[in-house]
Ligand binder design. Structure first.
Ligand SMILES: Cc1cc2nc3c(=O)[nH]c(=O)nc-3n(C[C@H](O)[C@H](O)[C@H](O)COP(=O)(O)OP(=O)(O)OC[C@H]3O[C@@H](n4cnc5c(N)ncnc54)[C@H](O)[C@@H]3O)c2cc1C
Length: 412
């Protein structure tokens, strides 16, 4: 069962071109979960790694349709940016989630941890939910509706900590995203919109995904509509808001020896503010140690990271006309410093990593490069800058600003 989406830019463009004629039908079709998931784009990993840019999707969609005709599609595409912006403004939500995962794994009673493992392995006894867990571990993908049902089942039926469910998704989803994943789990738990939880209902699965139930009706009494009751999940630490970190959205020319650092938050440097730099070398640094030991990512997820980085490096090498290297090391900060020293770099340029694993290593990287007298210049796409600045409150005020902005930029 392999239905997951593209992992190179060429494949992503091909999939997107095939999906583009169907965006108008998306609003009515998207909630229906079919076996091969043809109702949705399956572009989330490509979008998450920025093999395909939201800007390209939005522009090409609006070249064919008026905004009201495709509003639902554009809203969903913009949800990811909304979550990204929300987390940029509240990075401690990510840090705290990671700390809680470690703490819970150390301190929960053995029988709870055994249940965590059983439910994640698809052995809860509720057969349709178990089919979803297996689909996730086998394919690295779940439809949005199935993610909602399964997360709700974990929290409100199994009554397990949301943090460990989010960790299970983060380890297996090929599109795993620090913002969309953490904040969607918080939303299902009732933390993101206080007082609003998402409850799984058997009637909803019967309506939107009968194939999960076709041979899988065992245990469905536990998710019957009248049975599921919301667990009152509480914040363990108050959410703190900060100002949006400021980064340049363009670069001035330099004669310094510059290196381009590519990382999985944005793998299309040939489009946007980095397109006209003249690097002497390009590197991507991947640490199997960090991803495996700290995040315990599935082997499928590790393979996908290597695939997208190779694709990004190959395209960058062609575009910028210089060699590129994939540095595989235990200590990624050391790996980047060693590459910079080897190529006698005076400056490293990169897209500013967003809150998540790469962002977490920035303080150490900045410090180490400072000791070597090498500048680290980080830039952000202007469209991210705009979108993130709209994400200070809920999605609907965000969308009002975003859709106005999209209409104005089109008119301009
Ligand atoms: C518990 C839970 C965990 C999730 N974890 C992730 C995650 O780790 N990474 C991730 O990208 N999405 C996550 N989502 C959001 C959503 O489920 C996926 O983006 C979507 O299912 C991806 O499939 P698609 O590309 O076929 O989506 P489509 O329906 O084709 O949507 C197109 C694009 O819009 C964006 N998008 C659509 N729906 C959402 C949404 N609800 N939130 C944010 N962006 C959205 C994605 O970039 C997606 O590729 C999660 C949702 C839930 C309920």
């Amino acid at each position: 069962m392999h239905t997951f989406g593209p992992m190179t830019r060429a494949d992503a463009l091909e999939s997107w071109n095939a999906f583009l004629p169907r965006v108008q039908a998306y609003a009515n079709a998207r909630n229906h979960v079919e076996v091969a998931h043809h109702n949705v784009s399956r572009l989330s990993a490509a979008i998450g790694f920025r093999l395909l840019l939201e800007d390209e999707i939005i522009e090409q969609t609006l070249a064919l349709h008026s905004l009201p005709a495709v509003e639902k599609w554009l809203q969903e595409v913009c949800w990811r940016r909304y979550w990204k912006g929300w987390l940029e403004l509240r990075p401690s939500v990510w840090t705290h989630w990671r700390q809680r995962v470690t703490l819970l794994r150390r301190t929960l009673p053995a029988e709870t941890l055994t249940r965590v493992e059983a439910v994640a392995a698809g052995e809860s006894g509720v057969a349709c939910m178990d089919a979803m867990a297996r689909e996730l571990t086998e394919t690295g993908y779940l439809h949005n509706h199935a993610r909602m049902w399964w997360a709700s089942f974990w929290i409100h039926v199994e009554r397990l900590p949301w943090e460990l469910g989010a960790d299970f998704f983060f380890r297996h989803l090929l599109d795993a995203d620090p913002a969309s994943n953490t904040l969607s789990w918080r939303w299902v738990a009732g933390l993101q919109t206080p007082g609003k939880t998402y409850l799984v209902r058997l009637s909803n699965i019967e309506k939107y995904a009968p194939h999960y139930l076709a041979d899988n009706t065992a245990g469905t009494d536990r998710i019957a509509d009248s049975v599921v009751m919301a667990v009152a999940v509480e914040e363990t630490v108050a959410v703190q808001k900060q100002a949006l970190p400021i980064y340049a959205t363009s670069l001035s020319e330099t004669k310094d020896r510059t290196g381009l650092w590519l990382h999985p938050d944005d793998l299309t440097p040939e489009l946007g503010p980095l397109a006209s730099i003249a690097p002497v070398s390009i590197a991507a640094c991947i640490s199997d140690h960090v991803y495996h030991e700290i995040y315990n990512l599935s082997s499928q997820r590790m393979v996908s990271l290597h695939t997208v980085l190779s694709d990004g490096l190959a395209r960058a090498s062609t575009h910028f006309g210089c060699t590129s290297v994939s540095v595989t090391v235990n200590n990624p900060v050391q790996g980047i410093c060693d590459w910079a020293v080897e190529h006698e770099l005076e400056e490293i340029v990169a897209f500013a990593p967003l809150v998540g694993p790469i962002h977490d290593m920035l303080p150490r990287l900045t410090q180490q490069l400072g000791l070597l007298c090498i500048r680290l210049t980080l830039v952000r796409r202007e469209s991210d800058d705009n979108a993130f600045s709209f994400a200070s409150a809920g999605f609907f005020p965000f969308w009002q600003k975003m859709s106005r902005h999209l209409s104005q930029s089109r008119l301009a």
